[in-house]
Ligand binder design. Structure first.
Ligand code: CP
Length: 306
């Protein structure tokens, strides 16, 4: 039995297989419509979500399976003090696979240690969001045709943005990847990611503050929102929240084939006027999230033949 807790849990070869499966699902959805007949997915969300929870549920329903779960800690027995380990032991009696989001870093890992079914980390605090990374990789691979030889600008809240942390971990395994880390000084990537991942692995990167300076050299611009829920005080959030706003004027500085990704939800960091630009692919990215989660469910349930 396998879990998905970190984007590093899959080798590059396994990721390739998963992305190819997701591409096949996109092309021939009818082939997979009964692949999970009789199977049940539990979604245990202790933190708010629109895309991750609903795309997991859509994924399982598209595969012919069923879903159950809770979308709010307050409506679960966590509100009475139950531990994630105990909850997971119980969910194992009701479902075949579980996607869990939790505000505490490491909670899905703890849950997986007591689980009799595969556990998927659907986001743990400011730590990791591996299925968003699978979504991002599928989007880049499908629309750019490669996951190597890319200059990737990561812009916004690089300190608390777990999607950025996971994406860096995943992308450094591909050849000739270069990062431009675009953030205010206070929201730079955490020092462990900077020192132990980027520097230690000799990954080419630079840190800049101005988006205008970085944008002309990018293949991918990955925008992120400032993570209000992770700030210790509201004043700091208010000071930072509109630091970056991608608008039409800035898009004029970008290469014609640059893609703009965003894990969503967006707040103000991408002006709605950018949505009609063919380079803005963040809503397509949300659609890719369903295909890749379908591929992930099949993979973790060991459903090879359809
Ligand atoms: N991208 C993402 O994780 O969105 P949700 O918080 O809506 O799930």
């Amino acid at each position: 039995m396998r879990h998905l807790i970190s984007p590093m849990d899959f080798s590059v070869e396994e990721l390739d297989r998963l992305l190819h499966l997701a591409n096949d699902i996109e092309k021939y959805p009818e082939k997979y419509a009964h692949a999970c007949d009789g199977k049940t997915l539990a979604t245990c969300f202790y933190e708010p979500s629109t895309r991750t929870r609903l795309s997991f549920e859509a994924a399982m329903l598209n595969l012919g399976g069923r879903v159950l779960g809770f979308a709010d800690e307050a409506n679960s027995s966590a509100a009475k003090g139950e531990s994630v380990s105990d909850t997971m032991r119980v969910i194992s009696c009701y479902a075949d696979i579980c996607a869990m989001r939790h505000p505490k870093e490491g909670a899905p890992l703890v849950a997986s240690e007591k689980s009799a079914i595969p556990v998927i980390n659907a986001g743990d605090g400011g730590h990791q969001h591996p299925t968003q990374t699978l979504t991002d990789l599928l989007t880049i691979y499908s629309l750019k045709g490669r996951l190597d030889n890319l200059t990737i600008g990561l812009c916004g809240d690089l300190k608390f943005g777990r999607t950025v942390h996971s994406l860096i971990h995943a992308l450094i395994r591909y050849p000739n990847i270069r990062f431009v880390l675009i953030s205010p000084e206070e929201l730079r990537v955490p020092s462990n990611l900077h020192d132990e991942v980027l520097v230690r692995n000799n990954i080419p990167f630079k840190e800049v503050v101005r988006l205008e300076e970085a944008i002309p050299e990018l293949d991918i611009l990955y925008m992120t929102r400032v993570q209000r829920e992770r700030f210790f005080n509201e004043e700091d959030y208010i000071r930072m929240k509109d630091f970056y706003i991608l608008n039409k004027e800035k898009m004029e500085l970008a290469p014609e084939d640059m893609l703009v990704l965003h894990p969503l939800p967006r707040v103000n960091e991408i002006s709605v006027e950018v949505d009609d630009d063919p380079r803005a692919v963040y809503f397509k990215q949300a659609q890719y999230g369903v295909y890749v989660r379908m591929a992930l469910i099949l993979t973790l349930l060991n459903i090879a033949e359809v």
